[in-house]
Ligand binder design. Structure first.
Ligand code: PLP
Length: 393
């Protein structure tokens, strides 16, 4: 059976060209970038070339980029590192209710250590409430951390406005841009971003490699102590193949960003149109305009997202659910609750995230199966039965 991969928000297939760029550093070019002989120097050069590529895309200086082991580490480093460094100035942090766990759990950890954290709400489309943000700023606020684009519902946040508010109030602004990098143009100067996380495997690069941008002049505690790598901020021999892969992936992605985005968006819109046309009692989540090109999040009433996923899997389709059932928790997604969905609707949500390798034939196959599965699951749903009785009364 063929695999239909429409879970590009979870991770992406590594591009063949990325693998090709990495291969020498997994074989003959194995030197340590800190070594002074040629084998070391050529590895150092490869790392710095990748750094240049990341900096070029973000419009920052190469020495404002630090390589990490992924998005989670970048978020942890930035948020904790900045919070600790500026603790003398204040202990208040502002974030949103819809952040990725890499941010939410980090903030919770800081709360246990005596920091105060305010979680700002979002509207029914997932857009941050800017008035609430302004109101919650205190003289002790040192950091605002709001994600660039949401991983579940695809909503793109008003980053430029948030950056402006942070700047006016002399507060550092970090953004988890893990879903945004590879999907939208990002200029950290124009957007007033002080700190930003990205991760290679979300844009056809390898897993376990990410980067953190921190604007020059902003201080943060080092996350890993040891050697002097990454300008003394992140000890440990560099993951050279990963770094080279990330550099190649970001370069490739931004060379053809518009072309891919157009194709991806067309497929996504086609998928949503088909579902709207063929399946009743659904709710489309996230903002219609301000959203990632490949993301769709749809709630199918009267069914469980988990059942949907298992049945799609039987057909070779990889997607993801809006509820956290699959991760062993019975709570629906905090993001879907934050946009005001009742528990029972949030539970029946499906995230389909389309990427550059998907085809129209795959979307047709997905829709055919989805129509059939939703119908079947509703037939055995007591909620559906009750609803239908009431409808027909
Ligand atoms: C995937 C993701 C992360 C975590 O990145 P890793 O590289 O898997 O650690 C963080 N934030 C968002 C928004 C993500 O989508």
């Amino acid at each position: 059976m063929k695999t239909i991969y429409v879970d590009n928000g979870a991770t992406t297939k590594t591009d063949e060209e990325v693998i090709k760029a990495m291969l020498p550093y997994l074989s003959e070019s194995y030197g340590n970038p800190s070594s002074i002989y040629k084998l070391g120097r050529e590895n150092k050069k490869a790392v710095e070339e990748a750094r240049d590529k990341v900096a070029k895309v973000l419009n920052c200086e190469p020495n404002e980029i630090y390589f990490t082991a992924g998005g989670s580490e970048s978020d942890n480093t930035a948020i904790k590192g900045i919070a600790y460094q500026y603790r003398d100035k204040g202990n208040h942090i502002i974030t949103s209710k819809i952040e990725h766990p890499a941010v939410l759990e980090t903030c919770k950890k800081l709360e246990k250590e005596g920091f105060e954290v305010t979680y700002i709400g979002v509207d029914e489309n997932g857009i941050l409430n800017l008035e609430e943000l302004k109101k919650e700023i205190r003289p002790t606020t040192t950091l605002i951390t709001v994600m660039f684009a949401n991983n579940e519902i695809g909503t793109i946040e008003p980053i430029e406005e948030i950056g402006k508010i942070a700047k006016e109030n002399d507060i550092i602004f970090h953004t988890d841009a893990v879903q945004a990098v590879g999907n939208v143009e990002i200029d950290v100067k124009k957007l007033n971003i002080d700190s930003l996380s990205l991760s290679g495997h979300k844009f056809y690069g390898p897993k376990g490699i990410g980067a953190l941008y921190v604007r020059k002049g902003i201080k943060f505690d080092k996350f890993i102590n040891g050697g002097h790598q990454e300008r003394n901020k992140r000890a440990g021999t560099e993951n050279v193949p990963g770094i080279v892969g990330l550099g190649k992936a970001i370069e490739l992605t931004y060379e053809s960003l518009e072309e891919h985005n157009q194709k991806i968006k067309e497929l996504r819109d086609y998928y949503v149109e088909q579902v709207e046309e063929r399946i009743a009692y659904i709710k489309i989540n996230g903002d219609k305009e301000r959203r990632l090109p490949g993301n769709s999040n749809i709630s199918f009433r009267f069914i469980e997202g988990e059942g949907l996923l298992l049945n799609l899997d039987l057909k070779g389709i990889c997607a993801s659910s809006g509820s956290a059932c699959t991760s062993g928790s019975l709570d629906p997604s905090h993001v879907l609750l934050a946009i005001g969905l009742p528990h029972e609707i949030a539970h029946g949500s499906l995230r389909v995230s389309i990427g550059k390798y998907n085809t129209k034939e795959e979307i047709d196959y997905l829709v055919e199966n989805l129509v059939e599965i939703v119908e079947r699951l509703r037939e055995i749903s007591p909620l559906w039965e009750k609803f239908m009785e009431e409808e027909n009364r």
